[in-house]
Design a protein around this ligand. Sequence first.
Ligand code: NDP
Length: 299
Amino acid sequence: KIYHDDDADVDIVRSKTVAFIGYGNQGRAQALNLRDSEVNNIIIGNIDDDYAKQAQEDGFTPVSIEEAVRQGDILMLLIPDEDQQTVWNEKIRNNIKPNTTLVVASGYNVAFNLLDLPDDMDVVMVAPRMIGAGVRDRYVQNIPYPCFVSVEKDVSGTALATCLSIACAIGATRGNGAVSSSCREEAGIDLFAEQALWPEIMAIFREGYNVLHEAGFSDEAILFDMYLSKEPAEIFERAADEGFVKQLKYHSRTSQYGQLSTMNRHDGKDIREKFRRVLNDNILSGNFAKKMVKYKMGC
Ligand code: NDP
């Protein structure tokens, strides 16, 4: 399902105190967007660092994370995923007001049950598919951007309305709208891209280089042709706009014939099996999340 501006009531978030936990990439962008959407009760909770100074320069009065949590009806959890569990246990969990809504911008910690959630807490996801600067620039320029939304825990019965109100106030329901997803889906696909797709793509480029280098071609020519020219970036951009096959019309006849005549050389079975193992055994099983917790603890 896709949600548009018409599905949302921004007055819901305007009537609440919104506490930001973290004023970094996403925190700053989303706080500024909310303020421009006339959400007036915004509290910035941040450690005393350059981000807190930035918040002051932007006209906010940053407080400690604990203080922000004590005041918030809505908690925007916008610190790095790998730090959320520790900060939650040390600074957030014991300061949460009753009947608060938690908003995450990434599904990871909720999907893998890393946060000890109070029973009366609603949990929603508003996850822009965009860096923070993009979230801010597009809001200001009134340009839509992709975003996933989901309700993970609905104790109040109003979690979806709150979720859409926030998504609308940060500009995420404009244009094509915000896409209904889930923390499990968002985290699963994200981790899959990081652990399956990109390592494979990098290995393909590395081995492509090795074979061409062995054949005596110069490093400069190989690397320029392979990616320094930014041709792959351009191909991906066209593929996003028009589709992988349709973008072939921008390539020469020789290139089209070469690509299409060799495309089905692999039936994909080996790679599909490898990808399945990464997805099922490492990601969806929770093994990766457990390994990451140990890694953070230095074990
Ligand atoms: P940032 O790396 O910008 O960090 C946000 C803030 O958290 C900073 O003020 C940072 O301060 C603070 N912080 C870091 N560690 C701690 C800690 N241990 N205790 C307290 N504060 C801490 O985060 P992002 O904005 O990139 O990410 C926030 C959330 O948004 C994540 O869930 C992420 O997955 C999600 N997201 C991010 C996107 C992006 O493009 N960045 C896109 C979509 C979603 P300092 O650096 O000084 O430690």
